[in-house]
Design a protein around this ligand. Sequence first.
Ligand code: FE2
Length: 490
Amino acid sequence: MIAPEEINVLLAFFAQNSILLERKKEPHIKILGHQESCRPAPLSILDDKLKEAAQTLFPVKTELRYQSGFGNYFESEALVGSLPKNQNSPQKHPMGLYPEQLSGSAFTVARAENRRTWFYKIRPSVVHGRFSAVSVPLWKTVGIEPVMSPEQLRWDPCPEPTKPVDFIHSFFTLVRNGSPESRSGVAVHIYSASQSMTDSYAYDADGELLIVPEKGTLLIKTECGDLSVEPCEIVCIPRGMKFQVQLRESWARGYVCENFGEPFRLPTLGLIGANGLADPRHFLIPHAAFEDQSGKFDLFARYQGNLFKTALDRSPLDVVAWHGNYTPYKYDLRLFQPVNTVRLDHPDPSIFTVMTSPSVTPGLANCDFVIFPPRWMVAQDTFRPPYFHRNIMSEWMGLIKGRYDAKEKGFVPGGSSLHNCMSPHGPDAETAEKAIQATSAPQFLDNTLAIMFESCYPYRVSEAAQKTPLLQKDYLDCWRDLKVMFQPRA
Ligand code: FE2
C-alpha cells in the first residue's frame, strides 16, 4: 500500500513535470496532459518504491498514441489551454508562445491541395546562428553523374556501419531524377545508422522524406510530436519540418524516398470503389509534444542539394500546441488491403499503389509508392510471377522481408534493383521455369514485402552507386538460362 503522503509526493512530481492529473475515484487517477502528448513520464528519477506505486496507481503509457486519418485536419496541445481556439495569431498568447505557420503549399493553391500547420512555439524558428556547408558526399541529389547505359542494375545491402554514424549522415544516394530546384522527381537513399541524433536536429527544404525501415525501430521526434516506426511500417516527414531520429536498437537500416515533387497522397480508386488498398484511417499522426531545453544544439538543413549546419541554443522541437493538415504520418504496410485477380492474368502492378505523388500530367506519377505484400495467388492458367515487361516508367525496387516472387535469389532484404525506362525485366530463369511447370492451386504467398518507387522520369545512378562493390556484376546472368521453348507447328 502507498501512504497518502506518498501520493502527494507523486502528485507533486507529476505537476513538476507538467503531467496533468484528473482525480476521479480514489485511488483511480487518470493522467492527462503528457500522456496525451506521448512523452512518457521520466519515472527513472523516482526511487523504487515510488516508481512501483506510480506504475500501479497511474497507468503511464510508454507506447505512443496517435490521431488518425490521412490528410485530415488536426489540432493538438501538450498543455491544456496552449492552443488558441478562435484565431491563429493572438496578440498575446496566454502562455507566452509564439505563433508560427509552416506552409507546405503555396498560399494560393486550391483548398483541396492546401497544406499548412500553425505551431505555437516557445521561440520562433528564426532565432539561429549562421549556416555553413557540411560535406556529406554520399547524399547526392544535384550535379553530374557519369553516363550510364540502360542496363538493369542490382545492389547488395549496405553493411552495418563500422563507425558511429547517425541517420542523416548515413544517407547513400543510389538513384535520383528531377531536382529540388524544379520541384519534381525523387531521390532514393539507403540509410544505415548506428547512433541516434543527439543534440542535433534536421529539416529538408528540398522534399518530404518517406522513410521505409528494413532493420531496426526508429523513434522520430518532430515538431508535431513523436512517432515510432518499425520494419513493415513507413513514416513520412513533410518538407521543412524539423525532426530528430533516434535508434531503438544498435543498428538501423532502410530506404528513404526524398520527394522533390508534390507530396504523396492516396491514389484515386476509380472502379475499385470507396474501399481497398490503403485505408485513410490507418494513417497515424502524432500528438503535440515539446522539449523546453536550453543547451548547445546543431540544426542541419538540406537545401538545394547541399547540407548546411547552424547552431541553436534551444531545442527546436518546442511546439507546445499545433493545428493544421501539414503533418508527419506513419502507416503499417501490413494493413494494406491488396486487390488482385480472381480468375486469370495479372492486373498491372499499379493495383498495389499505396501512395502517389502526381506530376503535372493527370495519371502520370512523379512517383508511385507501390508494395508487393503477402497475398493469395489464385489465377488459373496464368504465369503467376510478375510478367516480363518493358515500361516507359522507371522502377527502383527494395525488399523489406522474405523473398520477392520474381527472384529466387540475389534480391535480398536491404538490397535494391533498378529497371530504368524501357529496360526489359521479369522473373529470373529459375522462377520462370518453376512457374511454367507449377499447378494452378491456390497459394498464399507469405513472408514477403517488396517496395517500389516508380517514376515517370528515368533515374540517374549516383557515381558512388555505380562504383560501389555492392553493385552486383552478374545481375544479367539471372535471365541467361531462360530457355527457348518455341515449337512451331505445321
Ligand atoms: Fe516492372
